[in-house]
Ligand binder design. Structure first.
Ligand SMILES: [Zn+2]
Length: 507
């Protein structure tokens, strides 16, 4: 300590005096200088970031930020280097966490991409876009006009938490044995054991739809990474089935393949991870080989000349997503699908049939009585959504309005017996009417929120899931119903509003 009467010493003298009295300070100072030098050297030695690769021409508004993230090695995501927190910690929908996540995303430079999300599939002259999902999702779009709002996003978050809790370590979702992860009261709702591949694809789509992918630091980055890797591991190598994901398990193996292929293409589209390009392309190639010449798809590969609107709808989205991601497709395939929808659509009623023109949706012998087909317009919804994404517009094709009227007349209603439920219908109709907009969408959206948000499970280990009470619940089980419901609630940001964007554009 200095005597107050002592003449005032200058800074260096004071420092020297302090150091004499406290040798540890000297050691500390030296250590700081050394560390400083080390980081300065490190900064000098670090190579300059590579310039971002040129974007594939037909990716809609893909922001540069995503591709810059390619430089981050998979194994060492930035957050994991500085934090011991497990990456799979579910998102907690508290205000604090939301702010933290959003500021973290801002640091990644992703939020800048959000407002620029507009339709641009010039390569095929089609409308669409999902760049809004690149920067947002995971709650980021909550404040967006027309979004589902906070309650809806909480529904998405809890649904994803349930899915993440029931994923196997190797990355897949087990259709009939997912309850091995249950603690306390076990979750019911086993699906068909043949559908692990399809359900893994569907669950991944729910995560991707909320903006979680391998090149973005989010709580589910690893969930998605492991799931995609598992799908790649299930892919057949060589021969006529090259690219088929999960082999020929059961009659409906093409459905499983379609959902898995869609997840691979979507994962590649969003993350830009080059190691997904080849497996995604091979999965797409199998889809193209399974198509009937000049037409569409059914259960057989190679095709046997039969076509149905249901599997064709999924294939359209595989090919559209692949196209957006810069993969190679045959545009004739999209034209063939459109031709099938035209053939199966009854202009008098506005209904698109399954195998025959204007017939009601398909039901199995088991579920026909319990879930009457007349309660659903699922295939009309498939046709409407595909038509919009394949470039048809209501101004030129009045059939789109007729399709939409039919859907409007059968909004989603949750009933105790479940007779009106059809998650498959609700999924396609939700996305189709969101695109159509207007009063029809406003009414549907209101009913959808009531049906889904009031009936999401709140209890025990099933919390966040939906009971698989619908015509396809026996096959898909709780993973199916939960993934589909989550996807419905992501409608506000999963795809850009194609028609609205076009109308807003100056002509
Ligand atoms: Zn459980």
């Amino acid at each position: 300590m200095h005597d107050s009467t002592e003449p005032r010493a200058d800074f260096h003298e004071l420092l020297a005096e302090q150091l004499r009295r406290a040798p540890w300070l000297l050691i500390s100072l030296a250590a700081h200088v050394l560390v400083g030098c080390f980081f300065w050297l490190l900064a000098r030695l670090e190579p300059a970031a590579p310039p971002p690769a040129a974007p594939p021409a037909i990716i809609a508004g893909s922001p540069v930020e995503d591709r810059v993230e390619d430089a981050v090695p998979d194994e060492l995501p930035r957050e994991e280097q500085v934090s011991d927190e497990p990456q799979e910690e579910p998102v907690v929908a508290s205000d604090d966490t939301e702010q933290e996540e959003e500021s973290q995303q801002g640091d990644e430079g992703e939020s800048a991409s959000y407002e620029s999300g507009s339709a641009n599939f010039e390569g095929a002259g089609m409308g669409g876009g999902r760049s809004s999902r690149r920067g947002h999702g995971n709650g980021g779009s909550r404040s967006r006009e027309g979004s589902g709002g906070r309650t809806t996003q909480a529904g998405v978050t809890e649904g994803l938490q349930w899915l993440a809790r029931h994923q196997d370590e190797d990355g897949h979702w087990d259709a009939d044995e997912f309850d091995r992860h249950c603690e306390g009261t076990r979750c019911t709702g086993a699906g068909g054991s043949l559908h692990d591949v399809g359900l893994t694809g569907l669950a991944l789509l729910a995560f991707l739809g909320d903006g979680h992918h391998p090149n973005r630091v989010t709580p589910y980055r690893d969930t998605v990474r492991r799931g995609l890797r598992w799908l790649v591991e299930q892919t057949e190598e060589g021969g006529g089935d090259d690219g088929l994901i999960g082999g020929r398990k059961g009659k409906a193996f093409l459905y499983d393949h379609a959902l898995a292929a869609l997840a691979l293409c979507d994962g590649f589209l969003l993350s830009g991870q080059e190691n997904l390009r080849e497996p995604a392309q091979r999965a797409v190639n199998f889809v193209l080989r399974a198509r009937n010449p000049y037409k569409a798809w059914r259960y057989e590969a190679p095709p046997n000349g039969e076509n149905d609107s249901s599997i064709t709808g999924w294939m359209v989205f595989v090919l559209k997503t692949a196209q957006d991601a810069g993969l190679e497709i045959e545009k004739d395939a999209l034209a063939g699908a459109l031709q099938l929808f035209d053939e199966l659509s009854d202009t008098a009623t506005g209904r698109c049939g399954y195998l025959q023109r204007g017939e009601t949706p398909a039901r199995t012998d088991v579920n026909r009585e319990r879930f009457p087909a007349t309660n659903s317009e699922s295939l009309t919804a498939v046709a409407l959504l595909c038509r919009i994404f394949l470039g048809q517009r209501p101004e030129e094709h009045p059939l789109l309005e007729a399709h939409a009227d039919l859907l409007s007349a059968k909004p989603p209603v949750w009933s105790e017996q479940g007779t009106t439920h059809d998650f498959y219908y609700w999924y396609y109709a939700t996305f189709a009417l969101f695109q159509m907009g207007g009063e029809r969408w406003a009414r549907w959206n209101e009913k959808l929120k009531i049906a889904l948000l009031r009936n999401q499970r709140r209890d025990d280990h099933a919390k966040g899931s939906w009971d698989p009470l619908d015509p396809w619940g026996e096959d898909g089980g709780r993973i199916y119903s939960t993934a589909m419901a989550v996807l419905c609630l992501e409608v506000y940001y999963r795809y850009a509003p194609v028609l609205a964007n076009e109308r807003a554009r100056p002509r």
